[in-house]
Ligand binder design. Structure first.
Ligand SMILES: CC(C)(COP(=O)(O)OP(=O)(O)OC[C@H]1O[C@@H](n2cnc3c(N)ncnc32)[C@H](O)[C@@H]1OP(=O)(O)O)[C@@H](O)C(=O)NCCC(=O)NCCS
Length: 205
């Protein structure tokens, strides 16, 4: 599977990607938590292997793709949707980026392509996300994509000696379709007339 955006390729993970992943996850600016204080080669290898295993699911429910700027071979992060309920057509979205690439809109661009895939190809009804309340950049990405905050889990996680709140976000398929429609595009006059005529015919008018 391959998705493309203006500046990015979102491609399947390969075994050799662990080196780039380890490099950015070891960056001092990358967020730490208690279970993840130091990253070693084996951690990064396991992380990448997990995404590769997901490629073999049948039917596939989890799509976590490597983010690569177009024209460069360098992996700068990952982004994906994971179906949490096939019956409810619900999935969660998640992403992370090399700190050297932060603040350029890459996460927003990659996640927008993932949402298009989720609502378009997977026919999802609802996509959720969660982030720590203090992760302002991630909350901003979600809001720019049109997700709405639906809740706040107060003091939900104990990280590095204190409790942290978690924010819950979601977007529905109809909300996605509404905002995905290009601004300024209106139906041609004929189309409105036809719709009105159809409605009148159904009402017997
Ligand atoms: C969250 C993350 C993916 C954002 O990546 P990014 O490519 O820098 O995001 P974008 O450039 O698309 O958008 C970031 C938005 O947050 C804003 N932002 C970034 N840092 C911020 C901060 N400290 N305070 C306030 N706003 C901030 C940016 O200004 C931008 O908003 P704008 O376009 O309205 O100006 C990246 O910071 C990251 O990988 N963090 C570590 C992993 C992580 O937290 N993943 C998400 C787990 S829920």
């Amino acid at each position: 599977m391959l998705l493309t955006t203006d500046r990015l390729l979102l491609r399947e993970f390969e075994e050799g990607d662990w080196e780039a992943v380890l490099a950015y996850q070891s960056d001092q600016r990358y967020p730490r938590h208690d279970a993840w204080r130091e990253r070693a080669e084996e951690d990064a290898r396991r992380f990448v292997r997990m995404f590769i295993d997901w490629q073999r699911e049948e039917p596939r429910r989890r799509f976590q793709l490597a983010i690569v700027p177009r024209g460069e071979g360098r992996l700068i992060g990952n982004c994906g949707v994971r179906v949490t309920s096939a019956a409810a057509r619900e999935a969660e979205i998640g992403y992370e980026l090399d700190p050297r690439g932060w603040g350029r809109g890459y996460a927003t661009e990659a996640a927008r392509a993932m949402l298009a895939f989720g609502f378009g190809t997977l026919r999802l009804h609802r996509v959720t996300a969660r982030c720590l309340a203090e992760n302002v950049a991630s909350a901003r990405v979600l809001e720019r994509l049109g997700l709405r905050q639906e809740g706040r889990l107060r003091e939900h996680e104990w990280i590095e000696g204190r409790w942290r709140d978690t924010l819950l976000y979601a977007i529905l398929d109809r909300e996605w379709r509404l905002q995905a429609r290009p601004a300024g595009v209106t139906k041609p006059a004929g189309a409105w007339r036809k719709t009105g005529a159809l409605r009148r015919r159904r009402r017997g008018g």
